[in-house]
Design a binder for this molecule. Sequence first.
Ligand SMILES: [Zn+2]
Length: 318
Amino acid sequence: MRYYIGLDLGGTNLKYALGDATGNILVKLTRPSWADKSQESIFVNIFAAVEKLLEIAKENELDVAAIGVGSPGNVDFNTGRIVGQAANIKEWADAPIRERLQNRFHLPVWTDNDANMVAIAEARVGAGRGFNHIVFITVGTGIGGGIIINGQMYRGGNYNAAEIGHMCINYQGKKCPCGGTGCLELYAAAPAIVNLYISKLREAGYQENEDLISTELIFDRAKNNDVLARETMDFACKMLGIGIANVVNLLNPQAVIIGGGVAEAGEDYIGRVRRYVFEHALKPSLIGLRILQAQLGNEAGVTGAIILAADNTLNFTN
Ligand SMILES: [Zn+2]
């Protein structure tokens, strides 16, 4: 049996794991990602992580066949390079991930955007099992996504597909740092939810320690019938639901899987989003459509990286 190394590079942590082609993880480790350091330092850190896993594989006489890497930013899947800047990692612009890792370890290396990795993992071993056409959406600090059509990742012409967070939901709305106007994440991502609730509190004359307000707190209060919290949550769900309805009209997926920190609120949140999707999307597209919560949690990134490496190595050698 062959094994694969999966890496999930984030703004805070580098998660790294050893697993098999079905996404089963044998060893999973975490270290700081050194995201505020130079590009060279980040590579040194990644090399150390891979070396550690190769060591463990060797001790257990496991054959490592390839490496998969999930990274923030726009990743050119063919060359394995970052295109332009990557969110949260200042020095990671244009990082030649495949080249550096292949030169160092002489193993095939596959790399893709981190949201795509989670989408692959959810599609294969998470909430999307059994579906061929899947849209994955992650709702956290921002809103990202991954699109799977006929079981295959759809990356787009410049590897920049599925930027669902920057879909225009209000053309007369707020300006987005991306250059657009009224982007979905300005209304439905965690900072937008927190800011809306704070503005409602201020308007109503309540004084609170605003630093302690989080989406968890707001959703909790909504559950306990706090009117302002309920209005806030409902608005965020409505915006996301309308955004998803647009995606559903465009792609007619069988399943939409919602993950990320905000979605951890569970069925209270997902159910409300689902209602708005069903209110706004075309009826024929809604037949059999499932709106599901992601299942894999914070192992999803490395699991997807392992599956990506396995899939591509198998295609490559067959
Ligand atoms: Zn935008």
